[in-house]
Ligand binder design. Structure first.
Ligand code: ARG
Length: 256
């Protein structure tokens, strides 16, 4: 093997350790110098982030790739459970989380959010004839994802029978289909996707609460945040965002 190449291979892990070890978040300068932006998402949340065969794809994955391109760096993806995403961010395991997080005061205590990359809302999904409105939830079993904004929202509603959480959308869906739960709360665009996959099987109810969805960086990583916001503005301006949004949702989902 070429000696120089061998030396640079040895140097790589050491460099990576030096730059990214411990709870240190990569700065914008380090990201630019390394040439890679480390992104993280869940990978089980269609049509936003999911595996098609073995390839990670979806609106947020393609958007993340477009943002990296606008920043002049190469995207490298990690997928982990929704529940663990913000913890890993805090530990410096990756630089940017794009996984449909609603921007909430509570989360803002732990991480910083970009400008919203889409606007949506939680809807009720049930078998035909099941709960459609918040009032219909009286005494019912409702399911939603672990640590989601929907959980907090439903827990605070008076009269709900009980609440069941699952790590993935698919497990929630299975609970509704097998009648272990009366309804689930899903992002509106998730729900439209699920209804398409299971034609005639699901009833979409009211949007029970609207949300602005953003990307997260480690708290205080201000330069990276500014670069991400600038990249988002640029892909929203040059038509890249509109095209992606149209492909996945048939409409432009940016916040207005
Ligand atoms: N928007 C909701 C929230 O902020 C649900 C997000 C779920 N995302 C996911 N990748 N499973 O909590």
């Amino acid at each position: 093997m070429n000696k120089k190449l061998f030396r640079s291979m040895l140097a790589l892990p050491i460099l990576a350790l030096g730059v990214f070890s411990g709870a240190q978040a990569a700065t914008l300068a380090q990201i630019k110098a390394s040439g890679t932006l480390r992104l993280a998402t869940e990978g089980g949340y269609p049509p936003f982030n999911y595996y098609k065969e073995k390839t990670l794809t979806g609106f947020e994955v393609e958007l993340g790739n477009a943002l990296a391109k606008a920043m002049g760096v190469r995207p490298v993806w990690t997928t982990i459970s929704f529940d663990s995403l913000l913890i890993g961010l805090d530990q410096g395991k990756y630089d940017l989380v794009i996984a449909s997080h609603g921007i909430t005061p509570n989360r803002l205590k732990a991480v910083d959010f970009s400008n919203p990359h889409y606007c949506s809302g939680g809807v009720l999904v049930a078998l035909p004839g099941g709960p459609k409105t918040v009032a219909d939830l009286k005494g019912k079993v409702v399911t939603m994802g672990v640590n989601t904004t929907y959980l907090k929202y439903v827990q605070d509603l008076p009269g709900v029978g009980s609440v069941k959480t699952f790590p993935t959308t698919n497990e929630q869906l299975q609970a509704v289909l097998s009648k272990r739960a009366d309804a689930m709360v899903l992002d509106r665009f998730n729900a439209i996707d699920a209804a398409k996959v299971l034609p005639g099987k699901l009833q979409l109810g009211d949007i029970i609460f609207p949300e602005r969805i953003g990307m997260a960086v480690k708290k205080g990583n201000a330069e990276l945040l500014a670069a991400v916001n600038a990249a988002l503005a640029s892909v929203q301006k040059d038509g890249t965002y509109a095209k992606l949004s149209k492909t996945y949702f048939g409409q432009d989902v940016r916040c207005r």
